[in-house]
Design a protein around this ligand. Structure first.
Ligand SMILES: [Fe+2]
Length: 144
């Protein structure tokens, strides 16, 4: 089942993005500091819960979830960034770009799972897509 490999990639993305969002949460600077600091925290809290849920979904499908940082870095399509002062715009653009990557991957997994009749995955990923769409809108609205 093709979507199971994508689930491993999605799991890897969640872990790399968790670290990256903390980086932005700590190092963003500017007048809207509190807004972006809180925004990133809300997202990583939610993603961290889905990290466990996706790994357990893989277990339910008889798969061994990737479980080391080395594997996550190797399989992730999220690019890490070095710490520095991030301007508000820079921070929001990075967050938005990664949320779009996550939404597109979640959509692809949802649709492949649907073709394969895997309704548990469809249900879980429909919620993820909704979460990303909402937060892409927040990032966009703040950038305007
Ligand atoms: Fe914090």
């Amino acid at each position: 089942m093709k979507h199971l490999n994508l689930l491993q990639k999605y799991l890897s993305n969640l872990e790399v993005l968790n670290v990256k969002l903390h980086n932005i949460h700590w190092n963003v600077v500017g007048k809207q500091f509190v807004r972006v600091h809180t925004f990133t925290e809300e997202i990583y809290d939610e993603l961290f819960e889905s990290f466990d849920a996706v790994a357990e979904l893989l277990k339910m499908k008889g798969q061994l979830p990737l479980s080391t940082m080395a594997e996550y870095l190797e399989n992730s399509s999220i690019k890490e960034v070095k710490a520095k002062d991030f301007s508000i715009r820079e921070a929001l653009e990075m967050v938005k770009e990664d949320l779009v990557i996550m939404r597109d991957l979640a959509t692809e997994i949802r649709n492949l799972a649907d073709e394969e009749g895997d309704f548990e995955t469809v249900g879980m990923f429909e919620e993820f897509v909704g979460f990303f769409s909402k937060n892409i809108w927040f990032a966009d609205a703040t950038l305007k």
